[in-house]
Design a protein around this ligand. Structure first.
Ligand code: PMP
Length: 416
């Protein structure tokens, strides 16, 4: 049980010793990025201290050691999401790059004029903008699966939105604003019955839920290491092997080609190397693998159970605090989306976040990169507290106490 070893766990995270605004740090912005365990940091430092060479290029021992570590990171990643083969794991700079690569290559290779990509208004900009942008050249349309009144994607609404022109569904497994989990497995089954490919944005699910890409049967799954205790600048594009082989990369350069001639006739290497042009973030891949090992040791089921316990603790403590409105009490994740009202009037979420900062509490405020969702929530923005396994029940208590003190007076006072 994570609760029983929480103080040991916190020792693994050096940054938890720092202060913010003279208060012990209460980090509740884990959906933006997570903190890093020492074992991950050491792995990155070790690469620069002892390994140093490029990957897949040298004929000397040090370089072979890098190749081994880098490909071992790929193997670990395969196991982490239960892919069929190592070759299905492409390293990228993160979710955003993975999703852009997919939008560009799928639009170029598979889509035709007036084809439709189905999305939702709850998507992060990185999951919808690449399709809107890539589709311009071919007049591809993006349509939106209507959300239910809570803001969830439902199988029924997905079925209603599906039609002959839909060729791709692109959506998040867990929403970064409301924290709801989409019924991915059912959506994939129905999509496949209609010959539709499914691209899943796993940025918010990878650190918190067990992910089995074979069980979900998703065609593509993207995530970033930094949201799961790994380094920034590295992430994953998972694709079914045959699909990755069929598609063409959008970046070209060193290491991804076997040969080319002066006229531009290129023969590409096989997947995944054909997608990994140029020197990769090698220390990132090794660091991501170290983060995966750390998370595996805790167990994602345990992590998820603990996050929900923290969230329920918050809901329990806040239920009599009328001025705090929670939008997603039923979400099956550690994301808590709320606003604070003073005498019935909304306190601008950024002012609440700035006030919390003065107590050492980090939360996110605004539209959370999901600019279309405002239509559903009917507020200009929200505050978002997002927990992870190193947060404590005391962190939640501090948040609740601070929210009780939030008012127009306290929240605006800090600017003067
Ligand atoms: N999708 C979702 C749902 C996210 O929450 C995020 C990060 N906030 C992204 C995509 C983009 O991830 P990154 O910035 O690591 O590329």
């Amino acid at each position: 049980d994570i609760k029983d070893k929480i103080y040991e766990i916190r020792e693994d995270f050096p940054i938890l010793k720092r202060k913010m605004c003279d208060h012990p740090l209460v980090y509740l912005d884990n959906s933006a990025t997570t903190l890093k365990p020492k074992s991950m940091i050491d792995t990155v430092v070790n690469y620069y201290t002892y390994l140093g060479a490029n990957a897949h290029r040298g004929d000397y021992e040090m370089s072979a050691q890098v190749d081994f570590a880098y490909e071992n990171a790929r193997k670990l990643t395969k196991e982490f999401i239960h892919a069929r083969r190592d070759e299905e794991i492409v390293f990228t700079s993160g979710t955003t790059e993975s999703l852009n690569i997919l939008a560009m290559t799928i639009t170029n290779t598979w889509l035709h004029e007036n084809d439709v990509v189905l999305s939702t208004v709850a998507e992060h900009a990185s999951s919808v903008l690449p399709w809107l942008e890539a589709g311009k050249s071919k007049n591809i349309k993006v349509e939106y699966i209507p959300l239910d009144e809570q803001g969830r994607v439902t199988v029924d609404n997905f079925k209603k939105a599906l039609h002959d022109k839909v060729k791709v569904v692109a959506l998040a497994q867990v929403s970064n604003v409301l924290g709801y989990e989409a019924p991915i497995k059912d959506i994939v089954r129905i999509a496949h019955e209609h010959g539709v490919k499914v691209v899943v944005d796993g940025a918010q699910s990878i650190a918190h839920l067990p992910v089995d890409v074979q069980d979900l049967d998703v065609d593509f799954f993207c995530f970033s290491a930094h949201k799961m205790c790994g380094p920034t600048g590295i992430g994953v594009l998972y694709g079914k092997f045959d699909l990755l082989e069929e598609l063409t990369p959008v970046f070209f350069g060193g290491e991804s080609n076997a040969r080319f001639n002066k006229c531009g006739k290129v023969s590409l290497k096989k997947t995944p190397l054909k997608y990994e042009s140029g020197t990769q973030p090698i220390e990132g891949a090794l660091g991501m693998a170290a983060a995966m090992k750390y998370i595996n040791e805790l167990g994602k089921e345990n992590i998820h159970r603990y996050e929900l316990a923290l969230k329920h603790h918050f809901l329990e403590k806040i239920k009599d605090v009328e001025k705090v409105k929670v939008y997603n009490a039923e979400a099956e994740s550690g994301i808590i989306t709320f606003n604070v009202y003073d005498q019935g009037k909304l306190i601008f979420p950024q002012d609440v976040a700035s006030f919390l900062n003065t107590r050492g509490i980090a939360v996110r405020s605004g539209e959370h990169c999901a600019k279309l969702l405002g239509e559903v929530l009917k507020v200009p923005g929200t505050c978002r507290a997002s927990v992870y396994f190193y947060n404590t029940f005391e962190d939640i208590d501090k948040l609740v106490e601070a929210l009780k003190d939030a008012s127009f007076e306290t929240c605006l006072d800090i600017f003067f």
